[in-house]
Design a protein around this ligand. Sequence first.
Ligand SMILES: Cc1cc2nc3c(=O)[nH]c(=O)nc-3n(C[C@H](O)[C@H](O)[C@H](O)COP(=O)(O)OP(=O)(O)OC[C@H]3O[C@@H](n4cnc5c(N)ncnc54)[C@H](O)[C@@H]3O)c2cc1C
Length: 344
Amino acid sequence: MNTHAIELTTRDGQQLRFECADDQNLLEAAASARIVLPAQCGQGSCGTCYADVTHGDFTLGKHNPSALPVADEAKGGTLLCCTFPHSDLRIALPFDHDRILIGEIKVRNAEITAIDSVGENTLRLELCLAPNEDGGSVAEFEPGQFMELEVPGQDIKRAYSLANIGNWEGRLEFLIRLQPGGLFSTWLREQAAVGQTLIVHGPKGAFGLSESGLRPRWFVAGGTGLAPMLSMLRRMAEFQEPHPARLYFGANRAEELFCQTELKALQAELPQLQVIYCVWKPEDNWQGFSGTPVDALAQDLADATVLPDIYLCGPPALIDAAEAAARAKGVPDKQVISERFLPA
Ligand SMILES: Cc1cc2nc3c(=O)[nH]c(=O)nc-3n(C[C@H](O)[C@H](O)[C@H](O)COP(=O)(O)OP(=O)(O)OC[C@H]3O[C@@H](n4cnc5c(N)ncnc54)[C@H](O)[C@@H]3O)c2cc1C
């Protein structure tokens, strides 16, 4: 068995090194060196551990093609959880050093403090972290990150993006689409109640705001893909960031849209924020945009004088279509930042 030297370079230019045997995947080898990289499923299904190999040879193991589009794979893109090195490798990570944890992922108890229906098959779940060893309950995470929630009584976790921002009180807010027949969805629908305790792992993930001067920020969300966008916009409001901002929020039918009150409150704090509600199959009296959020994005990109940073979150089909629209207008790949909501 051979071992190889792996060199990672983060988006902000910092380097980390570790060794990886040729029968080990890069994610596990990094974790053995106490370098915890953003990841979720660990089996090539979710795309969260995406990175670009800039030098060296490797094998990419079995993975879900939705998690690694062919165009990305063709330019050296890989999923670290199923990458096995044949030589020393140099890898460019598409996120800053602050998204890497040195040590171990935090695991904590959290109590359900609210569970409300916000739309058809969509819940808002609020948790409060139990105090840790030093008595503090602080919820520390960056906007755009997610947590993994354990399905009670089973050794199974599900990823959900945080919709709020870090706070001293330990509050965690999620927007959850109840999937038909889904394990955690069924538990939420049939058994979850205020006062119960859940085990949460994280925060995790590299999705989040990119610091790029005052370039406009356009956010495109499908369904509960709104959660990380709310978190990022709430952070912009908290810091009174002046970037021009637009949110394209889409659903199939008007009744499926949610969080309009929260978005109105956000616009009061962030007056430059434009919210474009998009409905694919509207009724005759619909006042917003008729079509998908990607249709609205493409239409506005055609008139854009400054190419914005584009943040995408939702099902893979929405992200693929939005990436294609951005590419067609010449938006550089590094200005398109996405998170795919894939099944576990
Ligand atoms: C990084 C990350 C962040 C995420 N954040 C959120 C979030 O904030 N809100 C949210 O609602 N979801 C989010 N998801 C998606 C969520 O984790 C999955 O939908 C999860 O599998 C649902 O768990 P479940 O136990 O209810 O269903 P499972 O038991 O995992 O699935 C059971 C059945 O439902 C289908 N299914 C499950 N999820 C999906 C899906 N997303 N699309 C299509 N079919 C599906 C499966 O194909 C399967 O047949 C995120 C996913 C990732 C990778």
